[in-house]
Ligand binder design. Structure first.
Ligand code: ADP
Ligand code: MG
Length: 239
């Protein structure tokens, strides 16, 4: 591939006290790709998302995004460049309406409330929550809350979406709808990294996977290569 990757994570290390949550992690993501970031609980997946989104400073390494060195940029600057994320535990403003939650994202691109509100409604339609726009976010079902997380992230008009376990807790049919939604996100030209703990759900969706174990990159490859990799099988056996 000659085109420069959208995201380049180089030798990232993040420690929490004596615990190394990410140890010398390197990976790249091509434009338009859906990358699966998988691995057992505690492998360091959410930590890597936090490092990419700028939730905290990293201890070593560097991160480049869309031609910029973002290693030391604060979160809002990374959002402005086009990085959006969802949280493993949905973080909606429960006393606000669904559309107001999305407005929080939309206002980052459109300072005028009217235009932002219009954009927020469009995004809600896109994720299938159009009819819930005026409900209070606290009333949403868990799968609806996951869609709201995605809507708020999409409203920032990202180039890269970091999805942290958006399929967790969904029924098989809800998960199928979730897969469909993520395909449509990618079809909009948005690059996606999705963290999933359960490999089966994401395998049909992703172009490539990076497997983390104990903070390190254990394996990398196509879904086919990954499921056949003895190191990956061993990492999941004790899980
Ligand atoms: P995953 O998302 O793969 O399940 P995490 O990135 O959440 O894993 O966690 C990796 C390791 O880092 C775990 O041992 C976890 O307890 C630890 N960890 C994550 N965030 C923090 C934090 N803010 N403070 C201390 N330890 C943390
Ligand atoms: Mg996690």
């Amino acid at each position: 591939m000659t085109e420069t990757p959208l995201l380049e994570v180089s030798n990232v290390t993040k420690r929490f006290g004596g615990l190394t949550a990410n140890a010398d992690v390197s990976l790249t993501v091509a434009r338009g790709e859906i990358l699966g970031l998988i691995g057992p609980n505690g492998a360091g997946k959410s930590t890597l998302f936090n490092a990419i989104a700028g939730a905290f400073p990293i201890d070593a390494g560097s991160i480049r995004f869309d031609g910029h060195d973002i290693t030391s940029l604060p979160c809002p600057a990374r959002c402005a460049l086009g990085i959006a994320r969802t949280f493993q535990v949905p973080r909606s403003f429960d006393s606000m309406s669904v559309v107001e939650n999305v407005l929080v994202g939309a206002l980052t691109r459109r300072p005028k409330t009217r235009a932002a509100r219009h954009a927020a409604h469009e995004v809600l339609d896109f994720v299938g929550l159009g009819s819930r726009a005026e409900a209070s976010a606290g009333e949403l079902t868990p799968p609806e809350k996951r869609r709201l997380e995605m809507a708020r992230a999409l409203a920032t008009e990202p180039k890269l979406m970091l999805l942290d376990e958006v399929m967790t807790g969904l029924t098989p049919s809800e998960a199928r709808e979730g897969v469909e939604l993520i395909r449509r996100v990618r079809d909009q030209g948005i690059t996606v990294i999705m963290v999933e703990h359960v490999m089966e759900i994401v395998m049909p969706l992703i172009d490539r996977a990076v497997v983390l174990e104990l903070g390190r990159v254990l394996a990398e490859g196509t879904p086919k290569e990954i499921v056949a990799d003895p190191r990956v099988i061993a990492a999941y056996l004790g899980d």
